[in-house]
Write a protein that binds this ligand. Structure first.
Ligand SMILES: Cc1cc2nc3c(=O)[nH]c(=O)nc-3n(C[C@H](O)[C@H](O)[C@H](O)COP(=O)(O)OP(=O)(O)OC[C@H]3O[C@@H](n4cnc5c(N)ncnc54)[C@H](O)[C@@H]3O)c2cc1C
Length: 482
């Protein structure tokens, strides 16, 4: 008989969290610490969503989205998780660029970028300071009409080399382009420039293990292998969810599933106003990714060639060319034995931005052939930095937007939620249906490890306010005789 993944669940919950990405997990933990009864339902067998890893024969552990995040993650983990988790976050100092316009190493913070822009690119100090002050001061309530392209042209007109230095890593980090609102660039870039790029010592598996331990300690009920089929709504108010043929009642539902799936698939258009649905139609999904995972044979070594390497053979930066299946623009993440102390192994992950449509409609044969080509091109590019790398590798595989869709249920396998307009839709969800909330990669700025975790905190505060209000005794209505 099939295993009952829901065995022993409670008869009702204060909050059901659909999905266990970093936003869902962080929100669940915060609500549980406030004393609410919380259930997480995750369709995958692991927690973490895109913050995940996999193991392969030969002792390999390969990370999917652990390339780097800003220092803010330390504070978020300390405040909303544990000191132990925060203490495992360490800085990556060797960030490297190599493309036809420039080639150097940097520790990726404001001081070093100021030095590079002055000495290598010949930009005057006042302009650099002015640029940093402008991006640092950007916030959510700013004027949205300025695009990143316009921002760059204002400070560094015609300097495609400077535009590339400033934009290429951020496009890899959140899928934003020169034509997105400048704040989607400014907020994320300023976060990185604060103190550089950080990683989690021990790898993603250790982080999620520690998070799971904390969730269980705080009383969160966690169920994997549970694909939620429907959010049950009655009279514009959430009633619970349907999963594996069962209805589980809850006062609130917090969906960590993609915002468009939450609306159209899980809830149903019939529950929303036509005006709201008109706005939803304008929401554009972000792009997806391809990755090549390379595990080095036990005992093999490579020199330190950088932690993160942004490499490209394109003459100039272009957001569109980054998405082409034949792109030469990719990030290599090198995981040295220090990443997972004790394991004493090396792995390398190459990432490119990608479009779902370039991979979704191929025959099995075409798909496999294209994946093989992706792997071969990646190895060719890597040979420049790690000669004879092919001989050192004993595990090789690739993922595509189709893979990301399968494991996360995100439409088009999106890596970074939606473009900016998705954020207001996500925030307005509870105005449409009482008790229904969304937290997860959306609007570009709420994506990435830090953005998603922080958005989980913001939305859990809203859930708390709602639960607090509905648990207050309702004033008795006076009976008026007529
Ligand atoms: C290739 C790649 C590289 C990246 N690199 C970085 C990086 O270096 N640094 C960084 O900060 N960020 C990176 N990111 C982005 C980062 O990983 C994500 O933005 C973040 O982890 C997303 O968290 P989330 O809370 O939005 O949820 P997600 O991780 O998207 O998780 C959503 C969860 O919901 C579950 N779910 C969906 N629907 C249902 C349903 N109906 N029922 C049950 N469960 C459901 C899914 O299975 C999934 O577990 C990368 C992403 C990709 C794809």
């Amino acid at each position: 008989m099939a295993k009952d993944w829901l065995k022993g669940i409670k008869s009702a919950y204060d909050t059901i969290v659909i999905g266990s990405g970093l936003a869902g997990l962080t929100a669940a933990n915060k609500l549980a610490k406030l004393g609410y009864k919380v259930l997480i339902l995750e369709h995958h067998y692991n927690l973490g969503g895109l913050a995940t890893w996999f193991k392969r024969k030969g002792g390999h552990i390969l990370d999917i989205s652990l390339h780097g995040f800003p220092t803010g993650m330390i504070k978020t983990c300390r405040k909303y998780w544990t000191q132990e988790i925060a203490d495992s976050i360490v800085r990556l100092k060797n960030i490297r660029f190599d493309n036809p316009q420039f080639s150097f190493w940097t520790n990726f913070d404001k001081n070093d970028f100021t030095r590079l822009m002055k000495d290598r690119f010949g930009i005057v100090k006042e302009t650099i300071d002015d640029f940093f002050q402008t991006v640092r001061a950007m916030n959510f309530y700013d004027d949205l009409s300025m695009t990143t392209r316009e921002l760059f042209e204002k400070f560094f007109p015609g300097r495609t080399d400077v535009h590339r230095l400033l934009m290429e890593p951020i496009t890899y980090a959140n899928g934003s382009t020169l034509d997105d609102p400048a704040i989607t660039y400014g907020i994320v870039f300023a976060n990185f420039m604060d103190k550089g790029v950080y990683t989690f010592k021990g790898g993603t598996n250790e982080l999620i293990k520690k998070m799971k331990k904390e969730l269980l300690k705080n009383g969160v009920d966690i169920r994997t292998h549970c694909m939620v089929e429907r959010v049950v709504v009655n009279d514009k108010t959430v009633q619970g969810v349907e999963v594996q043929g069962r209805m589980i009642p809850a006062k609130t539902v917090l969906s960590n599933s993609n915002i468009l799936s939450t609306i159209h698939k899980l809830t149903g258009d019939e529950h929303f106003t036509p005006e709201f649905l008109d706005e939803v139609k304008k929401v554009r999904l972000n792009d997806s990714s391809c990755q090549v995972y390379m595990g080095l044979k036990r005992g093999e070594k490579i020199d330190n060639v950088g932690d993160l390497l942004f490499t490209s053979q394109e003459k100039e930066f272009s957001s569109a060319s980054l998405l082409e299946p034949e792109t030469t623009s990719r990030t290599f993440s090198f995981y040295y034995p220090e990443t997972r102390p004790g394991l004493n192994m090396y792995s390398i992950v190459a990432s490119t931005n990608a479009r779902f449509k370039d991979w979704a409609h191929l025959t099995r044969q075409e798909y496999e052939k294209k994946k093989k080509l992706l792997i071969d091109r990646t190895l060719d590019a890597l040979e420049k930095y790690v000669p004879d790398v092919r001989k050192k590798i004993d595990h090789l595989e690739a993922s595509t937007p189709v893979t990301f869709k399968r494991y996360t249920a995100h439409p088009n396998g999106v890596s970074f939620g939606t473009k900016f307009e998705g954020l207001s839709i996500s925030k307005d969800l509870p105005k449409q249906i009482a008790g229904l909330f969304h937290a997860g990669s959306v609007g570009i700025i709420m994506s990435g490890w830090l953005g998603a975790a922080n958005y989980g905190v913001i939305v859990s505060n809203e859930v708390d306010k709602f639960l607090h209000a509905v648990s207050q005794p309702q004033p008795e209505l006076e009976t008026v005789s007529v």
